[in-house]
Design a protein around this ligand. Structure first.
Ligand code: HEC
Ligand code: HEC
Ligand code: HEC
Ligand code: HEC
Length: 206
């Protein structure tokens, strides 16, 4: 038992030393009245709703622990345990819809880093290319939606030519060099995310 606890402390040490300490309790997952709740033997919002202290408690029937002592393999179905259906606002529309989107099907959807660090190529399509289940903070605090980066900065980290081939960054920065004549907004997840200029010659002109 003591040995298991030691392992646990050692395991969790890196998490608390990367400058993200304390952010989890401010996230929707960590909320003690509305947060994660999968098993009734552990408090709502607790780490132990997703991580087992002992792989044996009700871990894989094969006996071996999952990565990071998680209750399931570290992949999207773990998230679908609780996010199989739409969120209240339909911003996230559930597993069936998500799995058909280019973000789930393109093998280029891999977070390129550097903050947080790049994910391995085999991680394409995973929710954790945009979200951290523990929350993620920058100098101004917790980033909304447990995302890695705020607003369009999240999108542009990939949509600047690589890894996403659709380069949205180029037209946005181009328009910064000349006065704006034509404007267009980007609509995503039911929300206007940004107004940007469109060059006069653009076929996108509206
Ligand atoms: C909603 C489920 C969930 C909850 C709740 C949760 N985790 Fe995790 N945790 C994960 C997943 C999924 C991963 C793997 C993430 C990845 O691959 O990036 C992970 C990875 C980790 C890791 C190893 C990777 C790293 O980021 O250093 C540590 C340590 C960790 N969690 C600690 C915690 C602690 C401590 C808490 C509570 C404060 C907690 N977790 C709560 C799902 C969860
Ligand atoms: C390409 C980046 C990206 C990926 C991949 C991604 N998300 Fe999101 N997600 C976002 C962004 C950005 C928001 C916030 C959208 C907004 O506020 O309009 C969000 C919001 C959410 C929300 C909150 C919705 C609400 O109503 O408040 C949930 C839940 C969610 N995502 C779950 C998931 C799950 C589960 C996966 C994987 C199956 C996933 N996301 C994959 C970017 C992503
Ligand atoms: C044990 C259940 C559980 C698991 C597993 C789980 N979530 Fe959640 N998630 C929740 C709950 C509960 C909420 C809060 C819903 C609310 O307050 O409306 C939430 C909220 C979210 C939000 C919205 C955050 C915000 O600030 O609006 C995102 C994004 C999200 N989860 C992503 C994920 C991802 C990615 C995974 C897998 C790595 C995951 N969740 C695994 C239960 C879970
Ligand atoms: C982790 C990298 C990554 C992030 C972050 C990301 N995307 Fe993507 N996205 C991709 C890749 C890769 C594709 C596949 C098409 C391509 O290569 O351009 C894609 C496809 C898309 C498509 C569909 C294009 C099509 O032709 O099917 C849209 C729309 C889109 N992304 C919008 C966004 C928005 C809005 C955000 C921010 C909320 C975002 N993406 C964040 C990597 C990413």
């Amino acid at each position: 038992m003591r040995f298991a606890l030691c392992i646990l402390v050692l395991m969790f040490l890196p998490y608390f030393s990367v400058g993200q300490r304390g952010i989890y309790t401010s996230t929707k997952h960590g909320n003690t009245s509305t947060g994660v709740y999968r098993i009734n033997t552990e408090p709502r919002g607790a780490c132990s709703q997703c991580h087992y202290q002992h792989a044996s408690s009700s871990g894989p029937s094969t006996g071996g622990p999952y990565e990071y002592a998680l209750f399931a393999a570290n992949a999207n179905p773990l998230c679908y345990t609780c996010h199989n259906t739409s969120s209240a606002l339909f911003i996230y529309q559930g597993a069936t819809v998500y799995n058909q989107s280019s973000h789930a099907t393109s093998s280029s959807v891999v977070w390129p880093g550097p903050t947080p660090p790049a994910r391995p190529l085999g991680n394409w399509g995973k929710c954790v290319n945009c979200h951290n289940p523990h929350g993620y903070k920058d100098t101004t605090g917790l980033i909304p939606n447990m995302a890695f980066s705020r607003e369009e900065n999240l999108c542009l980290t990939c949509h600047d030519g690589s890894p996403a081939s659709k380069n949205i960054n180029a037209p946005i920065s181009k328009t910064l060099q000349a006065p704006c004549q034509y404007k267009r907004k980007a609509f995503y997840f039911g929300k206007w995310v940004r107004e940007f200029c469109i060059p006069q010659q653009s076929p996108l002109r509206v």
